[in-house]
Design a protein around this ligand. Structure first.
Ligand code: MG
Length: 391
């Protein structure tokens, strides 16, 4: 089998009212879908994680730089192709958008292999579980959203069957070293005490038997994270996510040592080499490599296995379109040291309308793996047309 073409599709949905985490104001949902065609009439589908900047940057790297390296290659030779792409882009790649693009291609190759073998990828690559506990990822900030609305939101997740919920914390601009002080699109900020009130109100509303996690999106210093972490421990928080900046490995280690609370991170780290430092230096308790972001399904598996050797859980970030949720479900189902899948609950038609067979959870809060070949992704052509953008 030979690769004959590589294509990208950029999609965008604009929010009428932005949502916010500790660091970002999110005014749209965007994604870049990658399609790899072969001479066997099998097309592999992947996704490159989108987190800011114009999607044409991603499209250009994939179509202008990586595609010429792929034409004529055998898609089964995943390790060889990965090394070829990584090595040829080395001097301006290694991390960042280039590695994300390599990862999108790696993912699409695994989709081709699964389709060729008539097997779902998770069974090809480990087959540890057929269903995964889903956690509702929400509790964002929004202009005018008060604690009562936040509580109503999380109660809605419980009614739908979720047994685990994650909410945002950390949008506290008036703290030392806050990244918000220089971000020009910055709107809204609250105090640490108000953040604690939000978490206390959610815990009270959902009871103590539901997993509750908090995500600070890289916004705190180690000492603030430790002070907040001590309060979170009293509330039975299951993990504190990305308390400090991704590169502050010493700071994260200090937090992990100071608290019994699990530290999860860092979705914004990439590659096996990047995660090696977090793992070996024990700066986290839970690693969160998203295959569409860290450099592919292959790279995410290697990270999960290294984490396993250190007794760590691997519970990946999963936020983008329905394609990335599918990819993450196969990743989690293929490894033994995982536990849950992140299901973003913010309104997103690129998640809910993108597949012919939309992602759903059962009444107990589990997502079931598809037995369709590859990642089981069947795109809805009408949705692609409706949200397609050039850049
Ligand atoms: Mg996160």
């Amino acid at each position: 089998m030979k690769i004959t073409n590589v294509r990208t599709i950029c999609l965008k949905y604009n929010y009428k009212k932005p949502i916010m985490d500790a660091l970002s104001t999110i005014d749209s949902r965007q994604c870049v879908i990658v399609l790899i065609d072969t001479d066997e009439k099998i097309t592999g589908i992947g996704e490159a994680a989108y987190f800011g900047g114009p999607t044409i940057s991603t499209k250009t790297i994939i179509e202008k730089e990586l595609k010429p390296e792929l034409i004529g290659e055998d898609p089964f030779k995943v390790e060889k192709i990965w090394k070829k792409l990584f090595s040829t882009s080395y001097y301006h790649g290694r991390r960042g958008l280039v590695l994300t693009c390599i990862g999108a291609i790696d993912v699409a190759l695994w989709d081709i292999i699964g389709k060729y073998c008539h097997l779902p990828v998770y069974k090809l690559c480990g087959g540890y579980r057929d269903k995964i506990l889903a956690y509702a990822s929400g509790g964002y900030y929004q202009e005018g959203k008060n604690i009562q609305e936040l509580v109503k939101e999380v109660q809605g997740y419980i009614e739908k069957g979720f047994k685990a919920i994650k909410m945002k914390v950390g949008r506290n601009k008036n703290l030392p070293l806050s990244p918000l002080e220089v971000i020009t699109h910055n709107q809204g900020t609250i105090s640490l005490e108000e953040d604690l009130e939000r978490v206390r109100a959610v815990r009270k509303a959902i009871g103590k038997d539901i997993y509750l996690m908090v995500d600070a999106n890289n916004s705190w210093t180690p000492s603030i994270a430790i002070q907040m972490g001590r309060e979170f421990e009293k509330l039975g928080i299951y993990w504190l996510e990305e308390p400090v900046q991704t590169d502050d490995i010493r700071g994260s280690k200090r937090i992990a040592e100071a608290l019994d609370l699990q530290i999860a991170g860092y979705e914004s780290e990439q590659g096996l080499f990047g995660y090696r430092e977090l793992i070996v230096r024990q700066a986290v308790d839970i690693v969160q490599p998203d295959p569409t972001w860290v450099g592919g399904f292959s790279e995410a598996k290697k990270i999960a296995h290294l984490a396993q050797a250190y007794g760590m859980l691997c519970i990946p970030h999963s936020y983008n379109s329905a394609v990335s949720v599918k990819i993450n479900s196969h990743f989690i189902a293929s490894i033994s040291n995982s536990q849950m899948i992140e299901l973003d609950r913010n309104f997103n038609p690129l998640r809910d309308e993108l597949l012919l067979d939309p992602i759903e959870i059962d009444p107990e809060g589990y997502l079931h793996l598809s037995e369709k070949p590859g990642f089981g992704v069947e795109l809805n052509e009408n949705t692609l047309k409706k949200y397609a953008v050039e850049d």
